[in-house]
Design a binder for this molecule. Structure first.
Ligand SMILES: [Zn+2]
Length: 182
């Protein structure tokens, strides 16, 4: 952050405000504290006749890799509306949401994924914006080496291990980050 979004000043400092425990960007001219908090990603594990729908990314990051239709939640929509909107935008499909399946924390980029179990309404889908290809995969044929994100790998593994689980899976990439450092 180079400018205060409240008054335009460049007179910004990093400090822990009184009654806080985190370092914040504070404007020394108008005294506004600029909070930075995690972003929400919402999306769906879309199933049709026992197969899971994946889209090949046409944009960075992880261009050319497969993932679930998912993206940043917008203001003034619910998590579920956001998840359905992402499916509409990325694969031109309408889904019925069954349940929340996975909550996954991406620690190094401050994002939280909410992934719902969903079914295609009419079996129809096609390539949407930000997507290079879209396909229904048998669970035995999932391209594990070409999945874009740890959140997707985690959710799919959980699904395959226990397809009828009624609870919500919780994960984070702390362990994955430790592996990378080792
Ligand atoms: Zn200011």
């Amino acid at each position: 952050m180079n400018y205060c979004s409240n008054c335009g000043s460049q007179n910004l400092i990093q400090q822990v405000p009184s009654s806080d425990i985190h370092t914040r960007v504070i404007c020394q001219d108008c005294q506004v504290v600029h909070y930075s908090n995690p972003k929400i990603v919402t999306g769906c594990l879309v199933f049709h006749e026992g197969k899971v729908l994946l889209c090949k990314r046409a944009i960075a990051p992880q261009k050319g890799f497969w993932n679930f239709p998912a993206g940043f939640m917008e203001n003034k929509e619910t998590l579920q509306e956001g998840a359905k909107r992402e499916v509409r935008e990325e694969v031109n499909a309408t889904v019925i949401i069954k349940k929340l399946h996975t909550v996954y924390n991406i620690m190094h980029v401050d994002q939280v994924y909410f992934l719902f179990l969903a079914e295609l309404v009419d079996g129809k889908y096609s390539v949407g914006e930000e997507t290079a290809d879209v396909k229904l995969f048998d669970l035995e044929d999932i391209p594990w080496e070409q999945l874009a994100f740890q959140s997707n790998i985690f959710a799919l593994r959980q699904y395959i291990a226990n397809p009828n689980y009624e609870g919500v899976h919780h994960g984070d990439n702390h362990a994955y980050l430790r592996e990378l450092k080792a």
